[in-house]
Design a binder for this molecule. Sequence first.
Ligand code: FNR
Length: 381
Amino acid sequence: IMTGEPVNVNEFRELARQALPKMYYDFYTGGAEDQYTLKENEEAFRRIIIQPIILRNVRSIDLSTTVLGYNISMPVMIAPTSLQKLANPEGEIATARAASACNTIMVLSTSSTYSLEEVAACCDAIRFFQLYVYKRRDISAKLVQRAENNGYKAIVLTVDSPRLGRREADVKNKLVVPPLKNLEGLLPTKFVSDEKGSGLAALASGTLDASFCWEFDTVLRLQNCWCEPRLHEDITWLKSITNLPILIKGVLTREDAIKALEVGVDGMIVSNHGGRQLDYSPATISVLEEVVDAVGGKVPVLVDGGIRRGTDIFKAMALGAQAVLVGRAVVYGLAAKGEKGVNRVLEMLKEELELTMALSGCCSVKEISRSHVRTKHDQQL
Ligand code: FNR
């Protein structure tokens, strides 16, 4: 049993568990099927060892960095997580305010419970917009336009969700989905309550477009099929409707990283959706280096999944990430203590990263190098 103020993210998770109805806690904390990937995301960090460099002057530590040219106070951003009003009535507004206070970037989910306009108006946080591609292509196009008009600085295209992963707790609990404010008037609400299982699964299966792909041209050529390319069904289409940079979220292999470079994305996020989509997909930290090598510095590579400690962030930076994103840690803070909780979680991660850097002999994030960590691929083991 926990007493006093929480001292780390895991204690915030416990507070969140105490604060939330089971249906909502299960939704936030759970993963797909056997939850192998969910657990591995955290476990794989534990298998990486930090190799400190001693006796360096670490009196002052600079945690700041840039992502797509935006200065942030630390290499930690807020991952898009849906349905934040289930954690706290202030939902995404509280999260955005905390992002602003901590001077970092928030990625707003398409499936948010405040509209992207409301979140834009509430504070001056640097915001990116996470996009799902819907069968109704005009809906995705409208969302992109609205994000652009409301000062969002990038589109984060989530590519690991042609269908929703099977999250069994949500099926059992018959998760009820609150109104998705970005989609009001655009999607029929009849999907939102489905007595048979997860409301989110029902919503997703009715609306997400499983045909969206890299570049139709290429796909058709590969299949030796010379019919007309369908121009609305690939990433080239997305690029044609916006001037915003596009990050793709959900890259896990060298091959896909190379394809992403070929179609001209502006960055990528190594992610398995926090273990909520394809179970038995690899822990993100275990494939980060492979993707970083394939990308060769041409665009920034970010990573999310399982980050609960400053040491996790340090390890990701050492393996080549430009920055990390945190999903559940933020939601736990929000559920436990609202805006203050998100603030505290971000500050905790910052303090932990700063201490890790000092103890490892790094004065700035640029100094965190590959030689600061040892993984199972390194011969020293
Ligand atoms: C998510 N994630 C997610 N991703 C996305 O692109 N769009 C979304 O709407 C959501 N929604 C969502 C809800 C909840 C409750 C969770 C936990 C996650 C995935 C998220 O962006 C990120 O990839 C993971 O959360 C990272 O793993 P950690 O930090 O939660 O371990």
